[in-house]
Design a protein around this ligand. Structure first.
Ligand SMILES: NC(=O)C1=CN([C@@H]2O[C@H](COP(=O)(O)OP(=O)(O)OC[C@H]3O[C@@H](n4cnc5c(N)ncnc54)[C@H](OP(=O)(O)O)[C@@H]3O)[C@@H](O)[C@H]2O)C=CC1
Ligand SMILES: Nc1nc(=O)c2c([nH]1)NC[C@@H]1CN(c3ccc(C(=O)N[C@@H](CCC(=O)O)C(=O)O)cc3)C=[N+]21
Ligand SMILES: [Mg+2]
Length: 286
């Protein structure tokens, strides 16, 4: 392997250590701790693991977490009422509603209902819009975490040819906006893209976020390129894999993220970061 690994566990730990210091400094002065509400509907096992990881990360940092585990039969009106209550609750700085939601519930309407100042996922139209017009507020955690990992490369993103594979509201689109804000020349590929290989081959930076295991082939990677793999798939044997054919890509790339241990831990670190940012703003600290 010739690529250098971008270690999301290590960088995420550095981010969290900084946040723990900030939290300790203010709470020792008598301020209340930051509070994060995590709402989970139904008991999807993959989601439960992720939610449990978030709780652990909160506890370690001194963030108070408030868990709301709802039955998958909960109505839209009940979920709306819970969000209204959390919006008003002065102990709570961040609200996260774990996605996807069951079919009978509308994710869009719940996201739109969250107070944008407590939207630590950064999914509310206000926060996406702010990122789009270069006035970022709370930034979507996964793309924000990728930007933090890219700092580790020491490379200048200005003018870089960046290709984002995937255009979802929560990953691909905000990723493209972050890279544009950072000065890259950005191409976004999606289901209707005709020649994915041709786009990836000319990329200095590839962010793979299609949710298709092995979609991005190693032989497409330009020599020395940065390869960021957001995809997460669990195989039947329990092992995790990304959207990139890792072994072949690592022979050509300059930098690459592993799965697990790359983008995933950064997403959690940036969720904590956003919660602390919201807390500081709400308490008027700085
Ligand atoms: N590491 C982390 O922290 C996180 C990881 N994930 C993982 O990232 C992946 C993507 O998640 P998410 O964005 O929610 O997924 P979605 O399914 O919502 O979006 C996938 C996107 O990829 C596009 N796409 C699908 N197939 C292809 C293809 N063959 N070629 C090009 N584009 C394609 C889709 O296109 P179209 O829009 O046309 O349908 C869509 O825009 C998943 O594996 C998920 O588990 C997600 C969140 C956080
Ligand atoms: N409202 C909302 N916000 C989200 O941010 C959100 C969501 N819903 N729904 C699901 C996706 C997925 N996601 C992950 C975050 C971290 C890891 C993570 O830490 N992964 C570890 C591995 C964890 C393991 O071993 O399973 C890693 O990649 O190393 C994975 C997935 C956030 N999401
Ligand atoms: Mg999705």
């Amino acid at each position: 392997m010739t690529a250098r690994l971008l270690d999301g566990r290590a960088v995420g730990a550095t981010v969290r250590a900084g946040l723990a210091e900030t939290i300790a400094a203010y709470t020792e002065n008598g301020h209340r701790p930051p509070g994060l509400a995590v709402v989970q509907v139904g008991g999807d096992p993959a989601s439960s693991v992720y939610v449990a990881n978030k709780r652990k990360a909160c506890a370690k940092l001194g963030i108070e977490s408030f868990s709301h585990d709802l039955k998958d039969t909960v109505s839209q009106a009940e979920l709306d009422a819970l969000v209204d209550e959390l919006n008003e609750d002065p102990r709570i700085d961040g609200i996260l509603v774990q996605l996807p939601l069951p079919e009978h519930l509308s994710a869009d309407s719940i996201i739109n209902r969250i107070d944008p100042d407590k939207d630590v996922d950064g999914f509310h139209p206000t926060n996406i819009g702010r990122l789009a017009i270069r006035q970022p507020g709370l930034r979507p955690c996964t793309p924000f975490g990728v930007m933090r990992l890219l700092e580790e490369t020491g490379r200048d993103l200005h003018g870089m040819e960046a290709v984002v594979v995937g255009a979802s509201n929560i990953v691909g689109r905000p990723m493209a906006l972050e890279l544009l804000l950072a000065g890259a020349t950005v191409t976004v590929c999606h289901r209707f893209t005709e020649d994915l290989a041709a786009h990836v081959r000319r990329a200095d930076l590839v962010v793979a976020a299609a949710g298709k295991p092995g979609l991005v082939r190693g032989e497409w990677i330009k020599g020395g390129a940065i390869v960021i793999d957001v995809g997460i798939h669990r195989r039947d044997d329990g092992t995790l894999h990304g959207d990139v054919d890792f072994d072949a890509a690592a022979e050509r790339a300059g930098f690459i993220t592993p799965v697990p241990g790359g983008v995933g831990p950064m997403t959690i670190a940036m969720l904590m970061h956003n919660t602390v940012t919201s807390w500081r703003r709400r308490l008027g600290l700085d």
